[in-house]
Write a protein that binds this ligand. Structure first.
Ligand code: SF4
Length: 76
């Protein structure tokens, strides 16, 4: 990865889950399986690195479809 693309990635948002609000519906993992998997209890395990530009539409789709409003994209 070049220095330029690394720098660009650092400005990309990360996906966060509010563990208090999350109800374990699992919709997020279906919609954004590239970044989210479910643990044995059905709660999301989310990659901590920045979401690349080309996957942001998937991330936004998962955020907007979380029934508990527990997912968010946060800029560093
Ligand atoms: S869709 Fe929302 S409530 Fe359901 S597991 Fe994902 S973050 Fe939690």
């Amino acid at each position: 990865m070049s220095i330029t693309s690394t720098a660009a990635l650092h400005r990309q948002p990360t996906l966060q889950v509010d563990p208090i609000a999350c109800e374990g519906h699992g919709v997020c993992a279906e919609l954004f399986g590239e970044w989210i998997r479910l643990d044995d209890w059905g709660y999301p395990v989310i990659r901590k690195d920045a979401v690349p530009e080309d996957l942001l539409p998937h991330a936004r789709w998962a955020v907007s479809n979380c029934p508990a409003l527990a997912l968010s994209l946060r800029k560093p």
